[in-house]
Structures are given as C-alpha cells and as structure tokens.
Design a protein around this ligand. Structure first.
Ligand SMILES: Cc1cc2nc3c(=O)[nH]c(=O)nc-3n(C[C@H](O)[C@H](O)[C@H](O)COP(=O)(O)O)c2cc1C
Length: 224
C-alpha cells in the first residue's frame, strides 16, 4: 500500500513514534511518505493552555456522567492553529493515512486544522496514533482524544480503522514537569504498573505498534 504519515510533534515524542511506524510499515513492504505538519507560529506553553482553561470546570462532569460525556465530546470547543502549507495537501493518491499528534487535552490544535484543511480524505482508511504523558486511561485519555477524532474523520467521509496511544512519560506542565509525577502515580494506582511500562521502549509499546500496523494493513481493502 501507498501510505501517508502526516504528523505534528511539538517536543519530538510523536515524531519518534511516526518514524518507528514508518520503519515497521516499510519492513512490511509498503511505500511510506512522511509529512511533518508545522505550525505557522510556535506558542509558549502557557498561551497554548489558555484556550483549554474554560473547559476544565467541566472535567468532573465529563469523567463521572456518561451521557454528559457523550454530549460533550460532540460539542466541546476544539481549538485550532494555523499550519504551514503542506507538501501533500491532497491525499487522494494514498491508500491509507496514518495521522499522528500529541494529546492536548483533546485533539492537538494543528491536527484539528489539518483535518479541516486536507483534501481527498473521502473513502480513505485512517489509522490515528498519539503520544501523551499518561497511561492509557480509557475515559480521560483514549476517549477524549479518539472520539472527537473519529467524528471529524467521519465528517470528512473517511473511516478511523485503528488507533495507537503511547505514553511519552513527558509533560511540559507546570513548572518542573509536575504533571509527570501525577501520571506516574495514576498509573500505579489504576494499572498497578509503572508509567514507563506504557512507553514506546517497553515490550507493551512494541506490541502495540505491531497491533496497530496489523490492523491498519489487514483491514478490508474494499471501498468504505
Ligand atoms: C496544551 C497541552 C495539553 C496536554 N494535555 C495532555 C493530556 O490531556 N493528557 C496527557 O497525558 N498529556 C497531555 N499533554 C502532554 C503531551 O500530550 C505529551 O507531552 C506528548 O507526548 C507530547 O508530544 P510531542 O513531543 O510529540 O509534542 C499535554 C501537553 C500540552 C502542551
């Protein structure tokens, strides 16, 4: 297959994952093109967090009330950010798209813009991959990122076939990476495992990469 891997990465972790996926897919005989999505202007982390502040009070409701969660994931205000012109603004020639970015509470702003801007997505099979600091918490991490992505991809006439989420064990916030300590503790409490055991360098990480590539490549090649 001819596969495009468009990705955005602010601090390098998702970029590394994109390259690992490219290597694995090339090994399987696919033709891979990488597209690095770049923002027009890099913002400091505090400015980046500003648009998310208004959504924080809703978090307890989101976490504990399932009907509200379903509603919120369809209606929350998703920030976007201008991106530089793409090398592949039209993706119709590719058989599959493997789209990656970090989790910024929800979809990373440049990825949201990419999904609005890119042309030729109709009928494409999509695999979405992400890095975030935390362990793979179903509601807070996975659903919060991949459900809105699934909707946006569906709205563009494509289908999200598979997802991959890997912990980077890295968080810019707040002053001395305090959020990393929070997620380390959460990982121990929720999974009884270290946060490192969910990173790309762990056996779990490598198994997940294999599963993602299997699901992206082996799903039906019929038009969606
Ligand atoms: C604005 C912002 C919001 C973030 N939100 C989350 C989050 O909700 N959950 C999480 O685990 N990590 C979160 N992170 C951490 C990043 O997802 C993590 O560091 C990611 O691996 C960075 O990827 P990159 O190096 O490719 O940019 C956030 C980071 C930023 C800057």
């Amino acid at each position: 297959m001819n596969i495009l891997i468009p990705y955005y990465s602010r601090s390098g972790h998702t970029e590394r994952l994109a390259h690992v996926l490219a290597e694995e897919l090339r090994k399987r005989g696919h033709e891979i093109t990488l597209e690095k999505i770049e923002v027009e202007r890099r913002r400091n982390k505090w400015r980046l967090a500003l648009p998310l502040l208004s959504t924080l009070p809703v978090l307890p409701l989101y976490l504990w009330i399932a009907p509200f969660r379903r509603w919120w994931l369809q209606h929350y205000p998703q920030p976007e950010m201008p991106i530089k012109p793409l090398s592949h603004p039209h993706v119709a020639a590719f058989d599959a798209i493997c789209l990656g970015g970090p989790k910024w509470l929800y979809i990373a702003y440049p990825i949201a813009r990419y999904l609005r801007q890119v042309e030729g997505l109709e009928g494409k099979r999509i695999g979405a991959f992400a890095t975030f600091c935390g362990p793979p918490l179903e509601v807070f991490e996975l659903q919060m990122l991949f459900e809105p992505l699934r909707q946006r991809i569906g709205n563009r006439g494509a289908e999200l076939k598979t997802t991959l989420a890997i912990s980077s064990h890295f968080h810019e916030f707040f002053f001395r990476h305090e959020m990393e300590y929070v997620f380390r503790l959460v990982s121990r409490l929720r999974f009884g495992r270290s946060l490192r055991s969910f990173t790309l360098d762990s056996p779990w990480g490598m198994t997940e990469v294999q599963r993602f590539c299997d699901e992206l490549c082996n799903s039906s090649t019929q038009p969606l």
